[in-house]
Design a protein around this ligand. Structure first.
Ligand code: GDP
Length: 477
């Protein structure tokens, strides 16, 4: 290999060093060919992040499922008490909630594993293995099906005897005791309580250090609050000198569509999107118990995309326009549970010429009507659509939706966010540009661990702020 070829491979196929070389390509086509579908990222992973990923991979290989160290740690778990030192400590991520939520909570948990030198193991749930390739070389990230506590995962909650917050509440944790529990359950679901939230305090982090097995259930992107834990500060700024790139890098490192899903993505992309001069993604998600489509949402989409000049206006007078031979082709990728919005948009651009002479194609891969988290093909399509949105040049997303956050982060896109509508009217302005491509943490704690009182955690440091779409949420910028 020549020097230039080497550099091309590193920056292209290996995403600037984010990915390790040497995986079996056929087992996971997307891993080494995603770069063919994206522009090179404007954001380079730091050399420190790259070296930490490589050392994590070594750790995972040494401690992963069915290694000697894993078996030893399992013995401790079965015996109930922690005796002596363990070679490897683990964090088990429980598969929970919608797919967008899962992707974000899993990325957060991987970062937590990096920060605490733990090995991440992933509960397969119904379909994790069907949707994603293994991200680490040699050893799977999937939790073996015979893991002792696996049957209790569904029933773990705030009141479970091993729940960290519950134990704190009942003064059942004695940090001076010689023996520590061999496992703790961490409840970081949006309904968590004040004691669960102490997870985000340094004092509890140092207690957790000595617990070999942590089992976590969460539906949140909790990275912003990790940035507020003093003992993680230096490491985080070394890993991410450019702060608002956490999910962008970790997401592209971890989440490689399985071959089935890659087929959905690449067939759709080549058929409908590849030839366009510009690709615009519009992700439409309304959190309304009534069935749409709603006129006020359509009005909002048009108000946003026309005012921000993301889409060309149409000429309602239909004044004769000579279609130019080299008119620009814009492809709009709409994702929504309903087909109504994209039908209206498609008709508008068929019935009327654009003021700019551009031609606009409107495409929507599926309309699943409602969320069906348990169905295999449903989640494959949801994942394919998040990924397709991430391949667009310009992105419009819906407030509150983790589905949109995944797309923006993978794509490295700072989207225009459609504000949540109130009282069935399109808000004015209809949308605003996001401050960063990072996802929003919807349920952060508001607690000052040192002063032991409430505090606005969105005003402590310049790089952790309240979100554009949820006033009490936190995001890294
Ligand atoms: P959130 O609820 O928007 O934060 O995103 P989640 O992904 O966590 O949950 C929404 C789920 O609804 C998705 O995982 C899909 O199952 C389904 N869904 C919502 N919007 C769409 C869409 O545009 N396309 C498809 N295929 N599924 C969707």
């Amino acid at each position: 290999e020549g020097v230039f070829q080497h550099a091309d491979k590193y920056n292209g196929k290996l995403l600037g060093g984010l990915l390790a070389d040497g995986f079996d390509e056929a087992a996971c086509t997307s891993r080494y060919s995603s770069f063919l579908y994206r522009k090179i990222s404007l954001h380079k992973p730091s050399s420190y992040l790259i070296s930490r990923l490589r050392s994590y991979e070594d750790l995972h290989k040494r401690c992963g499922p069915n290694t000697q160290s894993y078996n030893k740690a399992l013995e401790q778990l079965k015996s109930g008490n922690k005796i002596g030192l363990t070679d490897c400590n683990y964090i088990v991520w429980i598969s929970f909630s919608g797919l967008g939520n899962r992707i974000l909570s899993l990325a957060s948990t991987f970062l937590y594993a990096l920060l605490t030198n733990r090995v991440l193991l992933v509960d397969q749930g119904k379909d994790m293995a069907d949707l994603f390739c293994d991200p680490f070389p040699d050893k799977s990230w999937l939790l073996p099906g015979d893991f002792p506590l696996i049957d209790q995962f569904d029933s773990f909650n705030q009141n479970s005897p091993h729940c960290h917050g519950n134990m704190l509440k009942n003064n059942a944790i004695n940090s001076s005791a010689m023996s520590k529990p061999s496992y703790l359950y961490l409840h970081l679901v949006h309904d968590y309580g004040d004691h669960d939230k102490l997870f985000f305090c340094d004092g509890e982090q140092s207690f957790l250090e000595n617990v070999p097995w942590l089992i976590m259930k969460t539906d949140n992107y909790y990275v912003p609050s990790l940035f507020l834990i003093p003992s993680f500060e230096t490491e985080l700024s070394n890993l991410f000198p450019e702060k608002g790139t956490v999910f962008h890098h970790l997401g592209r490192y971890l989440f490689h569509p399985s071959n089935h899903v890659w087929g959905l993505i690449t067939r759709y992309y080549r058929t409908y999107l590849a030839k366009a001069d510009e690709r615009i993604g519009i992700q439409i998600r309304t959190f309304d118990s009534r069935r749409g489509p709603f006129k006020h949402v359509m009005d909002q989409i048009l108000a946003c995309t026309l005012k921000e000049k993301l889409l060309p206006a149409v000429d309602m007078q239909d004044s004769v326009v000579n279609p130019s031979e080299n008119a620009k082709l814009k492809a709009v990728l709409v994702t929504s549970l309903l087909s109504g919005y994209s039908e209206d948009l498609r008709n508008m651009y068929w019935e009327h010429p654009t003021m700019t002479g551009e031609v606009v194609g409107v495409y929507q891969p599926s309309h699943e009507e409602f969320q069906q988290t348990e169905k295999q093909m449903h989640n494959r399509k949801a994942w394919a659509e998040m990924y397709l949105l991430s391949l667009t040049d310009v992105l419009v997303t819906s407030a509150w939706s983790t589905f949109g956050y995944v797309a923006q982060g993978l794509g490295g896109l700072r989207p225009w966010i459609l504000y949540k509508t109130e009282n069935d009217t399109a808000p004015d302005p209809a949308c605003r540009r996001a401050m960063s491509m990072e996802p929003c943490f919807h349920a952060p704690p508001f607690y000052d661990c040192k002063a032991k009182k409430g505090i606005d955690t969105g005003t402590l440091v310049p790089h952790v702020r309240h979100c554009e779409d949820i006033s009490w949420g936190l995001k890294v910028v």
